[in-house]
Design a protein around this ligand. Structure first.
Ligand code: Z2T
Length: 841
């Protein structure tokens, strides 16, 4: 309030308020101004980097204006806000997105062209914001886009990693990790040096009774680290709403370094203190679906959670409302268990700092939080050792013990005498050492728990959280099937397809209401439309073929069937099944006569994805793919019939080139292991078909697009357990075709077979946990069906049109509306009058 300009001076402010550009000339003027004054360069010294910087700054100025207005509007309206807590936001690039969302990309394109640049080259200058591993982080980014586009008052809270996910290089067929330092020039973030939160670690707890006889706990001693806020504007599509993503950066409490220590000659340790503090937000942990239980990771989690909650509570306190109204004003969504400490931290703030009773506080806490589970894989479920917790966060551990005690008491009342149940559901696992089970804590401290696709939500209810359904009743558990933003994954990645759809459905409205795609059904047999549709797919394949040529040197035929599997490398995702299938195809081609070969549909098998640096098996899979490519791609018997490509450093901006270019993509996880998958949705939305298992969102995709339009294969989730049991305790004979593949590998056909022993061995000798052999025959057969279907281009194109027409359900807008209604209980806050749709049409 003190910082507000007094009434009499406000007219002057209004008169000189920044006015965003709307015309091409004004845009050019802004670009030139930024080049000449902000960047201190000139037309004789303006390369593409400078042009990118200036164009971004011009758009940034525009975003800031709407961003400030949105924040004011949301503050004045004083309605409920959503806070999405995610340790990962895989945003990708911002400029293209900003241009499209504000509807001025065409103006920018012409303007840049008049200034001597091609807009694609300028867009390509930008470094991806890669603050995430894979699906979970990208989902958070899609959600931010949808929340802004739907005008929800919503903030994202995360960590400002200095190094995002590592860059992947392939050297001699092996993955090599290179640090991703991305902050050199980042026009999209705003440091808020005035928003700094002290975060405490270590120390001890002193307990006493005050005069009134009340028990008081004081957490004291230890060390303080400072969290500085960095804000990133999140523009909605075709709406002025511009939300905020706030990322925290760590530094030592003493500033540069501790001058007392420094002056007393302890230079080393003063620098070390500073570095230790900065280490907290230094690097994103590069594991997807794996928990390694490292202390620094727990430090990251608490640092981010404490700063975010302090910020949220401070904002609430300004409204002077009663604490009981907290959950009416605030919904906090926990993106997996990573932010589960927020539950404990809010309880601590309410009882230790604000003096509320336990029960009163706990009601507020549980009504505030929702928890989203993203996996059933046991190795990914977070557990923290009690001694580690005790040392780092002593007061939080006490509160967890109290939460657990009250919870177990309620269980005991409901199921008297069931000691097994108590042991199973306890938040503390009675192991050596004891462990805190974060998913259980998240369930107990939230009012809703959701999975991310129907099968997954059913599985958590019947397996890992079964007891909790008995305790809390089934209504606490729900499903919100994942979605993707059609703005980035259709309009931005596939502009020609978007344009064609717009021309047939009456403009860009489908980007805000994806069910409008339904109108395409009537063109599924339209000759003219199909021709244009097929031309666009071909052009996208040509674009990818060029990219493949320039990055790998391999020439691929854009008329061949492009078969793509891009995602994190993981045994459960079964890239090994794919590459074994490729080797089987290679064997088949080698055994054919030239006549037979002529009848075969040429194929390009394209892989991409990072392996976690410590995941040896995943790295072995990458190595095998590259070695198979090296042999197959130069075999004259094979020629165009088969090419095997591994694309280096798969990330969001590369996905925007790759996704529109698939004929089929592979989503072939062992049934029951992939919670949802989201690239499956992206590929179908871009006119590609899918080969996949009955897993994750593949099941709902099938239901929406029809089973004639998808290639499903493999065992079902309900049979997996029995099959594994048979492998281990019954007889386990491998599929004969898979044996031939292994024989070829063992003949050193793809380099020293010793390198792949662990991979083949895991299937032959170690129980084939992921059922590669069980599904191999079905996979090969289904791939043959794909070959056959692809030969009938007319039918194929019709299938892809029908599929796209039926993908409306998978918009992240639908998903966000479901969260808003079922979990958050929030309403959108649109500006009085929306700007008209499709400024550029
Ligand atoms: C992740 O990307 C996913 C789940 C995780 O569980 C962790 C990470 Cl980093 C802890 C993925 C799922 O594997 C995928 O099926 C899902 O589509 C995605 O989250 C978004 O829900």
């Amino acid at each position: 309030v003190e910082a507000s300009i007094p009434e009499p001076q406000r007219d002057a402010w209004k008169k000189f308020q920044a006015k965003p550009f709307v015309s091409k000339d004004d845009f050019e003027k802004e670009v030139v101004r930024h080049v000449e004054t902000t960047l201190a360069r000139s037309m004789f010294n303006c390369d593409e980097t400078a042009a990118y910087a200036a164009a971004s700054l011009a758009f940034r100025d525009r975003l800031i204006t709407e961003w400030n207005r949105t924040q004011q509007r949301q503050t004045f309206a004083d309605t409920k806000r959503v806070y999405y807590l995610s340790l990962e936001f895989l945003m990708g690039r911002a400029l293209d997105n900003a241009m499209l969302n504000v509807g001025l990309k065409n103006i920018a394109k012409e303007g840049l062209s008049e200034l001597g640049f091609r807009i694609e080259d300028i867009i390509n200058q930008e470094h991806d914001a890669a603050l995430g591993n894979g699906g979970l982080g990208r989902l958070a980014a899609c959600f931010l886009d949808s929340m802004a586009s739907l005008n929800f008052p919503a903030w994202g809270y995360g960590l400002r990693y200095k190094y995002g996910i590592f860059k992947q290089e392939i050297v001699d067929g092996y993955q090599v990790e290179v640090p991703d330092y991305w902050l050199d020039f980042n026009p999209w973030e705003f440091p808020r040096h005035d928003i700094v939160v002290d975060v405490q670690f270590y120390g001890g707890v002193r307990k006493y009774q005050d005069e009134a006889g009340k028990n008081v706990a004081v957490w004291e001693g230890g060390e303080i680290v400072k969290a500085t806020a960095y804000d990133v504007p999140i523009p909605g599509f075709n709406t002025p709403t511009t939300n905020n993503m706030r990322l925290w950066s760590s530094k030592a409490a003493s500033g540069e370094f501790d001058f007392q220590k420094f002056n007393s000659g302890d230079y080393e340790s003063s620098v070390a203190d500073q570095q230790r503090a900065e280490t907290i937000s230094a690097v994103l942990y590069p594991n997807d679906n794996l928990d390694r239980g490292k202390e620094l990771r727990l430090k990251q989690q608490y640092f981010w959670v404490a700063a975010s909650l302090y910020d949220i509570v401070r904002r609430f306190k300004k409204s002077k409302r009663a604490w009981s109204e907290f959950p009416d004003q605030i919904a906090i969504q926990l993106n997996d268990t990573h932010p589960t400490l927020a539950i404990v931290e809010l309880q601590r703030i309410l009882i230790d700092m604000e003096g509320l009773d336990w029960d009163e506080a706990w009601t507020i806490v549980t009504n505030t939080f929702g928890y989203t589970n993203h996996t059933v894989l046991p190795e990914a479920l977070e557990k923290w050792s009690v001694p580690l917790f005790q040392n780092l966060l002593p007061r939080h551990l006490q509160i967890i013990y109290d939460i657990n005690m009250f919870f177990l008491q309620s269980v005991e009342r409901k199921f008297p005498g069931d000691r097994d149940m108590l042991g199973r559901v306890s938040i503390i696992e009675e192991s050596q050492p004891k462990m805190v089970r974060m998913a259980f804590l998240a369930i107990v401290g939230s009012h809703k728990v959701n999975g991310v696709a129907e099968l997954h939500s059913d599985l958590i209810k019947t397996t890992i959280f079964k007891d909790f359904v008995k305790i809390f009743g089934p209504d606490k558990f729900t499903n919100v099937t994942n979605g993707i933003t059609p703005r980035r994954w259709l309009h931005q990645a596939n502009p020609r397809l978007s344009e064609l759809i717009a021309s047939k459905t009456g403009g860009l409205g489908f980007l805000k209401d994806l069910n409008v795609l339904n109108e395409l059904e009537k063109f599924a047999d339209d000759k003219e439309f199909k021709k244009e549709w097929a031309e666009i797919k071909y052009a996208n394949k040509v674009r990818l073929a060029k990219y493949i040529k320039s990055t790998t040197g391999v020439t691929v035929n854009p008329a061949a069937l492009f078969d793509i599997q891009v995602k994190r490398i993981h045994e459960y995702k079964r890239q090994q099944l794919n590459i074994f299938g490729v080797i089987h195809r290679y064997l088949t081609i080698k055994a054919m006569t030239p006549e037979e070969r002529k009848k075969l549909a040429p194929r390009v098998s394209i892989f991409g994805g990072k392996a976690a640096p410590g995941y040896w098996m995943a790295k072995t899979i990458i190595h095998l793919i590259n070695n198979v490519g090296a042999v197959v791609n130069k075999d004259p018997d094979v020629g165009d019939l088969l090419k095997v490509i591994f694309l280096e450093d798969y990330n969001v901006s590369k996905a925007e080139i790759i996704t529109p270019a698939s004929d089929v993509s592979e989503h072939i996880s062992t049934a029951g292991t992939e919670a949802s998958g989201t690239s499956n949705m992206k590929f179908v939305l871009n006119g590609g078909l899918i080969i996949g298992t009955c897993d994750g969102a593949n099941i709902e995709i099938t239901r929406e697009i029809g089973e004639n339009n998808i290639f499903l294969f493999g065992n079902l989730a309900e049979d997996v357990e029995d099959l594994r049991h048979t492998h281990n305790y019954g007889s386990h004979t491998l599929d004969p075709d898979l044996v031939k593949v292994f024989d070829l590998i063992k003949s050193n056909a793809f380099g020293d077979a010793g390198a792949f022993g662990a991979l083949t061995g895991s299937i032959e000798d170690h129980g084939d946990y992921y059922l590669v052999s069980d599904d191999f025959h079905s996979y090969i057969q289904t791939q043959t069906l794909v070959d056959e279907a692809y030969k009938n281009q007319e039918e194929w194109i019709t299938k892809t049109i029908l599929s796209v027409a039926r993908m409306g359900f998978f918009s992240s807008d639908r998903c966000i509306n479901e969260y808003a209604e079922m979990i958050w209980n929030v309403e959108p806050l649109p500006v009085g009058k929306e700007s008209g749709l499709g400024k550029e049409e």
